[in-house]
Design a protein around this ligand. Sequence first.
Ligand code: ADP
Ligand code: MG
Length: 615
Amino acid sequence: MSKAQTYKYEADMEQLMHLIAHSMYSDQEAFVRELISNAADAKEKYDLLSLKEGLEPQDHCIYVDVDKDKRSFVIKDTGVGMSHDEIVAHLGTVAKSGTKTFLSKLKEAKEDQKSSLIGQFGIGFYSSFVVADKVTVHSRKAGSPEDQAVLWSSDGIANYSVAYENKSEVGTTVTLHLREDESLDKFLQHWQVRQIIANWSNHLDIPVMMAKQGEDESGYEQVNDANALWAQEPKEISEEAYQNFYQALTHDSGQAMTYDHKHVQTMNVAFTSLMYIPAKAPMDIYFRDYSKKGLKLYVSRVFIMDEAEQFLPSYLRFVKGVIDCGDLPLNVSREMLQSNAKIKSIKSSCTKQVLKMVAKLAKDKADDFKTFWNEFGAVLKEGAAQDFSNRDAILKLLRFNSTQGSMVSLDDYVKNMKEGQDKIYYLIAENEQIAKHSPHVERYRQKGYDVLLLTDRVDPFMMNTLKDYESKQFHSVAQPDDAVKDEKLEKASEEAQKEHQGDIDRIKAVLSEKVSDVKFTARLVSAPSSMVAGSDEMSPHMYRLLKESGQPVPEFKPVLELNPKHTLVKKLLAEQSDKAFEQISLVLFDQALLSEGGQLDDPNVFIERMNELLA
Ligand code: ADP
Ligand code: MG
């Protein structure tokens, strides 16, 4: 053994270790799942490497040993192993950007959510320190000589050390010394461990071995089934087996919301898909480069790659599962996947399969569907904007809040339309509160029309691409519409407009920097003012979104609409002093902006003005 070098964990790591050791007791079994899955990953990586670099193929096994007296729990694999540098990189640093996010999420999370965060953010190995006060990892990388093997060890507090130490076989042995804590003794009982292991690894494509028990027994025996679940016939698989497989696959400690398993034969390709919809969205699903999208790809049960995102469009990135396609070459690369005709065919088929799964949920399980919609609805909406070939199927799945209800589908909306109504009315706004109180919505509500209230970030983009549903046009209530036109009021406001043309020109002069036009309108009921886009401009809300996202946007000047019946507007028209006239005009503009959900350039100036007016 070479002299061990001691390293201090990065500050972030130290913090992470501390949190793990002190706040994650709720899911003690996590470490078993994580270490077994690392060993299984290592086997898959070995097989891949042996394909590429001609290493000797191996019959891989995972060995698990426990020793009550030493309080040790040992997992040994024959997988790819780690070199000196790899072990430092993988086990000593916050290597993945996700881990940093994890740290901040962990601090906010409720007790019962903490353990499920471990799997989501891939800090799997460190779950060892929930139960252990010392962990050693002895590893020899495939293809490297015996004396280049490394021994990593840590007490999980501040330091870890790394030394070279001979190892006769390729692979990794992880040894945990369990804390002196009675609640952990179950992990030292052979039979209990055997049960836990079987639970987690039954469907892994690798045998897990434990020592035979009994007076004159020696040697090891297999404790899991080691069959690839997806290769079996769906009708022979139990619900429980599917859910166990889901947990082993995703490290999710909860159950999948729903799943679908098929052996598919299309014109040009045969494949098996087993796809799950989780019950909860991961924290980072809206991050631009959401890292865990995609399915696992196998070729005839040989693992090829994780996160193969080519099999589903990005708006279905919440789906987890496995694709096994025996028609692909074993050395298929991500690049090849992009241009392969078979992949296109699989993608199209899987997309339809998922949409059907969701439709079935909507039809048969309203409660689950509601949960689904709350978790993933906004992601699915991206598909309404992007996927023309499946648009109809997606539109049927959309649900909305409206002035009259919640979870309203477009079919519901159309069915409940008023007699003579030929459009689907909607409003896009910053949030539900603003939408409900929007002056635009008021008149529709009064006349008994339902209005869909759209408040997701993706909504403006989606509505930009949607023209109609069942030949009913989508119509924003921020735009004028005949349905809510009141002839008498229109006329009155036209007359008011004529009569006060001089005042309007004065207001326009005051606001010339901010608005393109000022009009009297009969559309407003209780609000004094509101803001609309010119007829062929984008909405103020859309404008703000584009600006926030850093896109170049044309100069934007809305039309300011005034309610001639409102006291404040009447006051304005009667105002003699120039100064006060200017103040009131500005207040009316700011109010319109606020009720749209916009932000004032300087709230203090607004408050001062209001105070002056009130005084
Ligand atoms: P994840 O498995 O999500 O990457 P882990 O914390 O479980 O995160 O493991 C970190 C990394 O350490 C793995 O990605 C892998 O590169 C390496 N590793 C862990 N255990 C093993 C093992 N038994 N054999 C080879 N490499 C391993
Ligand atoms: Mg892992």
